[in-house]
Design a protein around this ligand. Structure first.
Ligand SMILES: [Zn+2]
Length: 392
């Protein structure tokens, strides 16, 4: 049994408890979180830390298998160029891939990450994920704008799913992005989602010309896509933003995680909330700064269910949820740290269906224990020097 205390314990559900005491069993499950109301009690074997203790972080969006592309793509190219570079590099840089995946998995553990929603287009990461201390939910990503190629895509994805199951990896099918999956393929994913009660994840409104593509079939994104696949020459606009145009083909009753949301509008959010009660908005701010040099207007999401992802090392310099929290904390000073920490813990766990085990210090859960050091306690904000240590 271990007993932790700190200046504050964040419970995962939006509350900072001053000088609280967290008691964990030998199997690291929570026995009790005692709110001392700021009066630290004398307890045998109490470990006191300077900083904030939080549950383990959840990285709701990553691509482990792109870890070998760190430093290969220059920053602020914007998404259309970034996509072309990833396609080129995927083919040429496979040698270091396995080592890079292993290092990235270890890096995330050091950063206090206990669960990851990870996109897979290949089986390269499966063995490492199956052996890791991190709980991975693997999203088998389907890409294919042309309905004529759907049989090959489904056959490939079905094989990948079988391999994931051989490694005992929790997984389900997801669409890549609003602009890269045919209606027929979306139907295949939706039918499977209803049968298996799976979690949908989709890259959403990451670049300005994504909406433009759906509204008028023009702009940088469709121009770049035409170069990759001639199918896009016949792309028909829907006259709506990309998100409503696509979501209408996805299930209403499954958890659905929109990833990035850099160009999402309040009208889109309203539309999504009318369509489904199970929307999660996954923010990857450092990846947005890396690719687009622009952050979403995070203020418009504060009443929504938000979770946080790092994206991959192809579009980020680190796989650290704490660094993502700092970016939000620095750029949106009116959003309280307690809210951002809820996004990074409980909401991420809930988005990945892991809320009964992870995300908060509630009795019986095994959420992991992080310590954030170097806090500005005067205004309860992080500093640039804030670091996270994994206590358990
Ligand atoms: Zn991504």
């Amino acid at each position: 049994m271990r007993k932790f205390s700190a200046n504050y314990i964040f419970d995962g559900r939006g509350n900072f408890l001053k000088n609280a005491i967290l008691i964990l069993d030998d199997d690291n499950s929570v026995v009790e979180l005692i709110d001392t109301k700021g009066k630290l009690r004398e307890e045998n074997n109490l470990e006191f830390y300077n900083g904030i203790i939080t549950p383990g972080f959840i990285n709701a969006h990553c691509h482990l298998e792109l870890s070998h592309l760190k430093h290969y793509i220059e920053q602020k190219t914007k998404l259309p160029v970034f996509l072309q570079k990833v396609l080129e590099l995927k083919i040429t840089e496979e040698n270091n891939q396995i080592n890079a995946i292993k290092n990235a998995d270890e890096l995330m553990q050091q950063e206090g990450i206990v669960a990851v929603g990870d996109i897979s287009n290949t089986d390269k990461s499966f063995e490492i994920k199956s052996k890791s201390h991190i709980k991975y939910h693997t999203f088998i990503e389907l890409v294919g704008p042309d309905k004529n190629t759907i049989d090959n895509i489904i056959e490939f994805a079905t094989n990948l799913k079988q391999k994931a199951e051989q490694f005992n990896i929790k997984n389900n099918y997801v669409p890549h992005a609003t602009y890269s999956v045919s209606e027929k393929l979306l139907k295949f994913i939706t039918d499977d989602a209803y049968k298996t009660n799976s979690i949908i994840s989709i890259h959403n409104q990451e670049t300005a010309s994504e909406n433009q593509m759906f509204i008028e079939a023009k702009g940088e994104l469709i121009y770049a896509l035409k170069k990759i696949n001639p199918f896009y020459a016949n792309f028909k606009p829907t006259y709506f933003n990309s998100l409503p145009s696509t979501l209408v083909h996805l299930p209403k009753c499954n958890k659905t995680m929109m990833v990035h949301n850099t160009y999402t509008t309040p009208k889109d959010i309203h539309w999504v909330n009318d369509y489904t009660k199970y929307a999660y908005w996954c923010l990857c701010p450092n990846s947005n700064l890396f690719i687009e040099g622009k952050l979403p207007d995070i203020n418009i999401f504060t009443d929504e269910k938000v979770c946080i992802g790092t994206d991959s090392l192809a579009s980020n310099t680190n796989l650290s949820i704490l660094e993502e929290i700092k970016t939000i904390n620095n750029n949106f000073t009116e959003i309280p740290l307690s809210k951002i920490l809820t996004w990074a813990t409980y909401n991420g766990a809930e988005a990945l269906d892991l809320q009964f085990k992870l995300g908060s210090f509630e009795k019986g859960k095994q959420p992991g224990v992080n310590l954030i050091e170097n806090i500005n306690f005067d205004n309860m904000r992080l500093k640039n020097e804030s670091i996270v240590k994994k206590l358990l």
